[in-house]
Write a protein that binds this ligand. Structure first.
Ligand code: ATP
Ligand code: MG
Length: 263
């Protein structure tokens, strides 16, 4: 079976900056993965590579394949791969109702417009998704009137209307309080139980659900560690990655990084 993503020797520029040089990474279906990296490591660039906002420098022996294919109709791709990015959260308009945030997934727009038409099946699906995410009671509120945790769940719903098999989440719990964070993580775990493949891109250690078994460490555009969570997610590796002493604590299947070195 073709993998979710297969990147081979991708060199990617942003402006004059070469962010990746011959980056290779593949992730199989069902292989829940967290890609960890400090600020500037290239996480957002990687997301843009996967969402097709950026392309690698063309070369014969290099490619970016999603589900085994290099060329995609964006509509077909969206139904298989949902990307919930932090950029989207920042760009989202305050003047959009909750329901319309979710419905906007069908047009990949920010909010909905009068000319857009939604079928009864689409509306039904959006209602179902809001129900699952526990936001139905807020569906008529404006985006600006929702808490950060509620906003984040509506944006997840926007990706979920397509029922994609794979979800890529960009720092999903950043800015959420403990309750909202734990609630979101429970939703992510439920999606995993429902058979979705989850790929997290983050620098927050605490938001890695227990089911995520593979860790990829990204630093300055290079993969500096990749493998099983128990081997790769260590205090020493995080200390090297973030260039600061780290003590890693594990509880209930989750991890948390503390400053300083344990002795
Ligand atoms: N538009 C741009 N033009 C030039 N360089 C850029 C541009 N966007 C990003 N970069 C550079 O590319 C590198 C990777 O940036 P990227 O945003 O992918 O990192 P990141 O891992 O997402 O960081 P963060 O955790 O801060 O979000 C950084 O060195 C950044 O300065
Ligand atoms: Mg980023």
């Amino acid at each position: 079976m073709p993998g979710v993503l297969d990147i081979k020797r991708a060199t990617v520029y942003r402006g004059e900056t070469r962010v990746f040089e011959e980056l290779s990474l593949d992730i199989a279906v069902g292989e829940h993965t967290a890609i960890l990296g400090p600020n500037g490591a290239g996480k957002s660039t990687l997301l843009k590579l996967l969402s097709r906002e950026l392309s690698p420098v063309p070369r014969e022996d290099g490619y970016v394949r999603l589900f085994g294919r290099e060329q995609w109709d964006v509509w077909d791709l969206r139904a298989r791969l949902g990307i919930v990015s932090h950029d989207l959260h920042h760009r989202y308009s305050d003047e959009v109702r909750g329901t319309d945030v979710v419905l906007s997934g069908y047009y990949a727009s920010v909010g909905t417009y009068d000319h857009q038409r939604f079928t009864p099946a689409q509306r039904h699906r959006a209602d179902h998704v809001m129900d699952e995410l526990g936001v139905t009671s807020h569906k008529d509120r404006m985006f600006a009137e929702l808490s950060a945790g509620e906003q984040r769940r509506f944006l997840l719903g926007r990706a979920l209307v397509h029922d994609p098999g794979v979800l890529i989440l960009d720092e999903p719990t950043g800015g959420l309080d403990l309750n909202a964070c734990f609630r979101y993580l429970e939703i992510v775990r439920r999606l995993i139980r429902d058979g979705k493949t989850i790929i997290l891109v983050t620098h927050h250690i605490h938001e890695i659900p227990p089911e995520v078994s593979r860790i990829v460490l990204l630093k300055a555009g290079r993969i500096v560690g990749d493998g099983d969570k128990r081997t790769v997610l260590t205090g020493d590796n995080l200390a090297d990655l973030f260039e600061t002493p780290v003590t890693l604590v594990r509880a209930n299947g989750y991890y948390q990084a503390m400053p300083g070195r344990s002795r």
